[in-house]
Design a protein around this ligand. Structure first.
Ligand code: NOJ
Length: 752
């Protein structure tokens, strides 16, 4: 009976998906037809206009235009010479500009409105690196859904997210925007975010087009300095950098943004191999590629293009469809076509991609469909958005240290000191790229704690270094001011427990915010030590946009909680973890080094020929630091304990090897665990990393309960890309590990 139902159900599912598939194809065909009809009416100039994207008139997220350029831009809107605009938001403003274009330009082709909606529009969810620490794909997808609903409600149709650059360098400020160092986790998170933004129907009032960025290699900038050159080998390109992009394309991401960096000698924006050969060719991506801000122009200082005209020529040949703020296409593409250096068919192909997206967004049916001012008010910061933001914020927290069950705090705990400027900060928890969030709109840690108890006294102790661009370097405040120490130390002396909230200002990470040291900024570590001298019962709550080097804290402080920048509900999430109403379940998506000198430090590295300390000197190591990280990838504690047992490897089906084990909650409280599976291909034609994540599962276990976790390893998990990016599967011996982090688990071996 059961199997009858199963087969009836699967026939039904198959029939529905066949119908959906047919209707998708039909609507795609209908759109293509409308695109061609419109294209036939367009002049060459109008076509090129569609490939031109301008910034709006106020917010700038790149170098600003001068006055003359701004005036010219305004006329271009009326002449139909702009296809899309960024940083114009709010239904009133969007409607105004849309009306200008629709009513005044000859063909009235509506604009697409884009913006960096990176982790929320007004309801801010954790920075993407933090969310990746949740390893909870449903929560991540939901977070993107919330962002999309709010962005669409204020007139936007396109977000420049997700950023899916893999990075191994926490000096690079933009690690806050990505999912960390691992391509497998990175690909899963990328797909969750794309699905969350785009939903199933792009024309729905609560979905927007996503943009996978930055294509490609941007996270590998030399020395972690933003915009710097990238020089990586083919193994890393195909096996580390590209897989999240491939996954996003397979998940139907509508747009891709290229990147500022030079990749192996050729700027990514002018890189034909990346864009035409791989993305549009091999992967059959049929969406649009937008340049990054002025990245076409930047091929001149890179030393790849002689002038803007040649830059335009190189960019379109390489496959770049839309020009963000370089003015290169709008100024030069027409003459390039007339001179025969660019074919009109190349222009047509780019324009088709752009128009297709406009049709899919429903903009031709109603250019003002995202301009409902009543909806705008009701959607922003809805209660269920705030609930989703709290849920993902709690899940993003990583418990780094908890000696002798120091945490959670007893709810009856009296006499608590809270120290650190970030504890009262309502702005920093919003992180960088906080779109339209109101200043100071986060719940601070202090406010979150006060919902539990009033037995709290607060002292600031010291400021954090403020990282807003205008302050950086020249006037960075409070590098040295320790005048608040005395009050903080006195308070700590009289208290039973001290919660110290230390870390980075909300603008110290993000674009253009590279650092050369990863210590707690300013005098915060000195403050920590001063307090520790009078009271050892310290809980350190870290608020930061990237891994930090906190060796002293790790050696001396009994409890450490990584709370990143968790968004609007930050303080509530942190308080719930500290008081045990939420049992932390996050795992690090990025290695924490002990020293900047170890960077790049990542778990999936290659072995060396001299990996073991067999002699005194001649093996691969440092003479002044160990090779090990402070906290490894995949690491994170819980108030529960999880025991792994009974590893089984079943190779009966060589195409689908079954690896399983039992995970038991041997602790006293219910908790969530992320079981992680790693493999190592022991011998291969191209050497393979010592470990590679190939599966994970997150689940809840009551105390004493067990769960059988199963993973299936197929060619998709066991193969790799060769130097040209072709998938290769070689027979051989594999090590496998299932465990609680990248360094702790049950190990086995199989051949196939
Ligand atoms: C430059 C950034 O690199 C990119 O990520 C962003 O989308 C654009 N500016 C637009 O703000």
């Amino acid at each position: 009976m059961r199997s009858y139902f199963i087969s009836m159900a699967s026939i039904f599912v198959a029939a529905v998906s066949l119908l959906t598939c047919q209707s998708n194809t039909a609507s795609r065909d209908a759109i293509d037809q409308r695109v061609d009809e419109l294209l036939a009416k367009m002049t060459l100039e109008e076509k090129i206009g569609q490939m031109n994207q301008y910034n709006g008139f106020w917010d700038v997220t790149g170098p600003a235009p001068n006055e003359e350029q701004a005036r010219k831009k305004y006329d271009h809107f009326k002449q139909g010479l702009v296809g899309s605009v960024l940083n114009v938001r709010g239904t009133a403003q969007v409607r105004k500009l849309q009306e200008l274009v629709v009513k005044e330009s000859r063909l009235g082709i509506p604009l697409i409105f884009g913006q960096d909606v990176i982790h929320g529009q007004e309801t801010i969810t954790p920075i993407p690196l933090a969310e990746a620490a949740s390893w909870d794909l449903a929560a991540i997808e939901k977070s993107a859904q919330v962002a999309a609903a709010e962005a669409a409600a204020i007139g936007l149709n396109w977000t420049f997210a997700p950023m899916i650059d893999i990075s191994r360098d926490p000096r690079w400020g933009r690690v806050m925007e990505g999912a960390g160092e691992d391509p497998y986790l990175g690909a899963k998170v990328a797909v969750a975010r794309v699905k969350g933004f785009q939903g199933n129907d792009l024309s729905a009032p609560n979905t927007i087009a996503a943009c996978a960025k930055h294509f490609a290699g941007y996270g590998f900038s030399e020395a972690g300095r933003d915009y710097n050159a990238v020089d990586i080998g083919t193994y890393t390109l195909h096996n580390v950098v590209l897989p999240p992009f491939k996954a996003a394309v397979d998940a139907d991401v509508k747009t891709v943004m290229n990147s500022f960096n030079v990749l192996n000698g050729v700027p990514a924006t002018g890189n034909k191999y990346l864009q035409r050969d791989i993305l549009k060719g091999r992967w059959k991506f049929n969406g649009l590629i937008v340049s990054d801000w002025a990245s076409i122009f930047e091929m001149i200082p890179h030393g790849h293009a002689r002038d803007l005209k040649q830059a335009a020529e190189l960019a379109i040949h390489a496959g770049n469809d839309m020009d963000m703020e370089s003015y290169a296409y709008v100024q030069h593409l027409k003459s390039l076509v007339e001179e025969g250096k660019v074919s009109e068919e190349q222009v047509n192909d780019a324009v088709r991609r752009i128009l297709r997206l406009k049709f899919e967004l429903g903009l031709f049916d109603d250019p003002y469909r995202y301009c409902d001012s009543v909806r705008e008010k009701s959607v922003l910061m809805q209660p269920d958005h705030l609930t989703a933001a709290l849920d993902v914020a709690r899940k993003s927290i990583v418990l780094l240290k908890n000696d002798r069950g120091f945490l959670p705090l007893n709810k009856a705990q009296k006499n608590i000191a809270v120290i650190g400027a970030l504890a009262a900060d309502k702005n920093s928890p919003l992180g960088n790229w906080r779109a339209g969030a109101d200043e100071n709109s986060a719940v601070s840690v202090l406010e979150g704690l006060q919902k539990y108890t009033l037995a709290i006294r607060y002292a600031k102790g010291a400021d954090v270094v403020v990282g807003k661009p205008e302050f950086i370097r020249e006037t960075a405040v409070n590098e040295t001011d320790s005048s608040g120490f005395r009050e903080a130390v006195a308070l700590a002396r009289q208290s039973d427990v001290v919660i110290m909230v230390l870390g980075e200002d909300g603008f110290l990470s993000g674009e253009g915010r590279s650092r050369t040291n990863l210590n707690l900024p300013g005098v915060q570590e000195r403050l920590l030590k001063a307090v520790h001298r009078v009271n050892k019962n310290i809980i350190l709550v870290l608020m930061n946009g990237r891994p930090l080097t906190i060796n002293w804290a790790n050696a001396n402080i009994p409890a450490i909680v990584e709370a990143w920048q968790l968004g609007t509900r930050s303080g509530d999430a942190i308080a719930q973890v500290l008081f045990g109403d939420y049992n932390p379940s996050g795992k690090l998506p990025m290695t924490f080094p002990k020293s900047v000198g170890q960077i790049p430090l990542y778990y999936n590295h290659f072995n060396t020929g001299r990996p073991d300390p067999t002699g005194l000197v001649f093996w691969s190591h440092y003479i002044d630091e160990t090779n090990e990280p402070l906290y490894p990838f995949g690491y994170g504690l819980s108030y529960s304990e999880f025991t792994y047992s009974d590893l089984k490897i079943d190779t009966t089906d060589r195409q689908a090897i079954n690896v399983s084990c039992t995970v038991t909650n041997t602790g006293r409280v219910a908790g969530e665990e992320v079981a992680q599976l790693y493999i190592r291909d022991r011998v291969s034609s191209l050497v393979r990393p010592v470990k590679e994540l190939k599966g994970f599962q997150k689940f809840t276990l009551e105390p004493g309960a067990s769960q059988n976790v199963q993973f299936v390893l197929t060619d998709a998990e066991l193969g790799f890309y060769d130097a040209d990016g072709q998938w290769l599967v070689e027979p051989g011996e594999f090590d496998v590990m299932i465990g609680t982090s990248s360094v702790k688990g049950l190990v086995g071996r199989f051949s196939r």
